[in-house]
Design a protein. Structure first.
Length: 493
C-alpha cells in the first residue's frame, strides 16, 4: 500500500515489529528523497487506517520523526516533511562509519575542492546593498552573442534525419562526420593535420583527462608532472588512477622544463595559454619538452582549452604540430567556443593509441549523444563555428585589452598583470600590499566574484594574485566592477 507514491511494506496485521518497520521505511523514504521537503504526510487517523496500525502507534512514529528533525508540524495545518531533513550520514547509528566503505581518495578535501566551481558560493552576497552581479570567474562564456537560432535550426535538421535512420549506438570513436569536421576545424584554427580516424570524441575535456588517466597510468608506478599553479580537475583523474603527482613551477615562459623529474612518464601542460597564469610556453621550452619526452620515453598531454581565442599578433603553434615522434595526446573542447553544456570534446592521440583509447571510451560510457554530435557536426560544417569564433575573438580581445589597461593604470599600487595574448582571463600578481584572499571574500559580499590565485596551487601557494575571467563581462560591466574593486582595495590597504 502506498503513502503518496512511496511503497511501505510493513507486513500484514499480526506481523512482528510492524511499528518499527513503519518508522524505518518512512524515515528512509524521507532521507532518500522519495518524500520531498514540504510534502504533507497523511493525518495520523488516515495513516492508521491505511496501514492497519493503532492511531497511537502512528502518532508515536510521527513524534519520533519530529524529534529527529525529519518532520515538521504546522499548527492547524498538519505534519510535513521538514524543509531541510537531516543528512543520512548524520543519522547513522553510533559507531557506524559509512564512509569507511568508500574509496578514501574521494573523501580528501583537496579532491573535493578541485571541483569547487560547481559549489563555491562560500560567502553570501549582500543583495540588498549590491543587487548587480559581476562575475569574473574564469571558464564562463558570453552567451549573449551565441547564435542560438542557428544551432536550433541545425539541430532540428539533424533530428529530422534521425527519424529516417535505423537505431544504432554510433561509432565508439564518435560520429565519423563529426570527426571529419573536427579534423578540418583543427587544420583551419590550429594548423594541426590529422585524419578523422585519428580522433576520439569525448564528453568534454574532463572525460578526456579521465580516459587518458585510465589509458596511461600504471598504478603505483607512474609519475605525472603537472603545472603548478594549474587546473586542478586535470590532475585529479591521474591521481585517482594511482599516479604520483609531481608539481612543476610555472613562470612567464610557461612550465619550467628544467625542473621536470627524470622519472616523469606523463607531462600535463597547457602550452598555448597556461591556466591560470596565462603565460605561453616559449619556443625554447617547447623544444626542450619534446626533447625530454624523446629522451625519457615520456608522453605529453596537451590541454588546448581555449586556443582559438588568440590576439591579433599571431597564433602560437600547438605542440601537436611539431610532434615528430608521436608523443603528444592533444585534448580539445567545444565548451569555450560554443556552449559549456554542449559537453563535447575530443582527443587526438598518437595513432598507436587510438584503438585502446576507443576501448576505454566504450568502457566509460560508450559513444557520446548522437543528436548532440549531429548538431555540432552541422554547426561546424556550415561554417557557423568559424564565424562565431571570429566574432568572439574580437570581443574577447577588446575586453582583454580594456582589463589590462585598467590594471596597468589604476592598480599599480597593488597588482602586476601578466601579459596574455590568448584566452578569456587575465591574472594579476599581488605585490603584498593587500590580502587578496580576504579581498576576494569582501568582493563576494559585494556581488563581485573574482577567484584568488591560491586556489589553483597543488600545495602551498608561492604567489598571491587574482584571476579575472571576462567571458561574461562586457566593457561597461568591466569598468564598473573594476572601480568597485579599486575601492575595496583602497579600504583594505
Amino acid at each position: 500500500m502506498a503513502i503518496f507514491e512511496v511503497e511501505l511494506d510493513i507486513g500484514a496485521t499480526g506481523t512482528p515489529l510492524r511499528a518499527q518497520r513503519f518508522h524505518r521505511q518512512l524515515r528512509e523514504a524521507i532521507l532518500g528523497g522519495q518524500l520531498k521537503p514540504g510534502a504533507r504526510v497523511p493525518a495520523s487517523r488516515a495513516a492508521a487506517t491505511r496501514y492497519g496500525l493503532a492511531r497511537t502507534t502512528v502518532v508515536g512514529v510521527y513524534n519520533q520523526l519530529l524529534d529527529e528533525g525529519l518532520l515538521a508540524s504546522r499548527h492547524g495545518s498538519g505534519t510535513y516533511v521538514a524543509e531541510r531533513p537531516v543528512p543520512l550520514a548524520d543519522m547513522a547509528a553510533p559507531g557506524a562509519a559509512p564512509e569507511a566503505r568508500l574509496n578514501p581518495f574521494w573523501l580528501r578535501p583537496d579532491v573535493a575542492s578541485a571541483f569547487g566551481f560547481f559549489n563555491d558560493a562560500t560567502v553570501a552576497p549582500d543583495i540588498a546593498a549590491y543587487p548587480t552581479v559581476f562575475d569574473f570567474r574564469p571558464g564562463l562564456v558570453d552567451l549573449k552573442h551565441f547564435p542560438f537560432d542557428i544551432l536550433r535550426r541545425v539541430s532540428a535538421q539533424k533530428l529530422r534525419a534521425f527519424e529516417q535512420a535505423p537505431f544504432n549506438y554510433g561509432h565508439p570513436q564518435g560520429n565519423p562526420d563529426l570527426r571529419a569536421a573536427i579534423a578540418m576545424h583543427l587544420s583551419v584554427m590550429r594548423a594541426i593535420a590529422c585524419q578523422p580516424d585519428d580522433l576520439v570524441v569525448t564528453s568534454g575535456a574532463q572525460q578526456a583527462f579521465d580516459l587518458l588517466a585510465r589509458l596511461l597510468v600504471k598504478p603505483g608506478r607512474s609519475v605525472v608532472a603537472v603545472e603548478n599553479p594549474g587546473y586542478a580537475p586535470t590532475r585529479i583523474p591521474f591521481a585517482a588512477a594511482g599516479a604520483r603527482l609531481h608539481p612543476v613551477e610555472v613562470d612567464a615562459e610557461g612550465m619550467i622544463i628544467d625542473r621536470l623529474p627524470r622519472d616523469a612518464g606523463i607531462v600535463c601542460v597547457s602550452p598555448s595559454h597556461q591556466f591560470p597564469l596565462g603565460s605561453s610556453l616559449s619556443k625554447e621550452r617547447r623544444a626542450a619538452l619534446i626533447r625530454f619526452a624523446r629522451e625519457n620515453g615520456a608522453l605529453i598531454v596537451e590541454d588546448d582549452y581555449d586556443g582559438e581565442f588568440r590576439a591579433a599578433r599571431g597564433p602560437i603553434r600547438a605542440l601537436k604540430t611539431v610532434d615528430e615522434d608521436d608523443v603528444v595526446f592533444y585534448v580539445g573542447t567545444f565548451s569555450k567556443s560554443t556552449l559549456p553544456n554542449i559537453r563535447l570534446g575530443f582527443i587526438l592521440p598518437p595513432r598507436w593509441a587510438v584503438r585502446a583509447l576507443a576501448t576505454a571510451k566504450i568502457c566509460a560510457d560508450g559513444p557520446c549523444s548522437m543528436p548532440t554530435q549531429a548538431a555540432v557536426t552541422g554547426f561546424i560544417g556550415g561554417g557557423h563555428l568559424t564565424r562565431h569564433i571570429g566574432r568572439m575573438r574580437r570581443l574577447y580581445g577588446e575586453r582583454r585589452t580594456l582589463l589590462l589597461d585598467l590594471l596597468r593604470s589604476d592598480f599599480t599600487a597593488w597588482l602586476d598583470p601578466i601579459e596574455s595574448a590568448y584566452g578569456m582571463h587575465v591574472t594579476a600578481i599581488s605585490n603584498g600590499t593587500v590580502d587578496v584572499d580576504a579581498l576576494s571574500r569582501t568582493l563576494a559580499r559585494r556581488n563581485i566574484h573574482i577567484r584568488s590565485l591560491s586556489r589553483y596551487y597543488h600545495g602551498p601557494a608561492t604567489q598571491a594574485g587574482l584571476v579575472f575571467g571576462f567571458g561574461m563581462m562586457d566593457p561597461p560591466a568591466i569598468r564598473t566592477a573594476m572601480a568597485m574593486v579599486r575601492e575595496a582595495m583602497e579600504e583594505g590597504s
